[in-house]
Each structure stands twice: as C-alpha cells, then as structure tokens.
Design a protein around this ligand. Structure first.
Ligand SMILES: [Zn+2]
Length: 76
C-alpha cells in the first residue's frame, strides 16, 4: 500500500509526495502510482498520488520524479 518512491533523488512516502505537490501538510494519502505521462518540462517520468488536503476534498496530484514540476486535477 504505502510504497515509497525516489523523487528528485530522495525517497518519499505517499504523504510526503502529496505534501510536495500541495505545498503544505495533507491529512492522508493513498499509494503512489505510475502514469503514462511525461513531464512537460524535462520529459521525466510522472507519478501520481491521491490525497486529502482536507476532510472534504480529494485531489489527484502529479509529480515529476526528476524536476520541480507538479500539478493536480484541480487544474485540468
Ligand atoms: Zn520534470
């Protein structure tokens, strides 16, 4: 369930990945998944994680494993 991944050279948990995407603490996060997407900035692999920034909201966040690029489904 809680598989860690290397992002920008650091091992992160799902919750830590969600916090990197959100820019602040999150309540909870699901497991990290691979995607078919390539980073629009560097072409690196993009991973995704579903998380709850608050009790009433569920967001899917995307993060490049190689650079600072991140996005959420709020923006799509
Ligand atoms: Zn990138």
């Amino acid at each position: 369930m809680s598989e860690n991944r290397v992002v920008q050279g650091r091992m992160v948990t799902p919750k830590r990945l969600a916090e990197l995407i959100e820019g602040e603490d999150v309540m909870d996060a699901e497991s990290i998944e691979d995607t078919d997407r390539a980073c629009p900035e560097c072409g690196g692999d993009v991973i995704e994680v579903g998380y709850m920034p608050s009790i009433t909201e569920f967001v899917t966040g995307y993060k490049c494993q190689d650079c600072d690029w991140a996005a959420t489904d709020r923006e799509e």
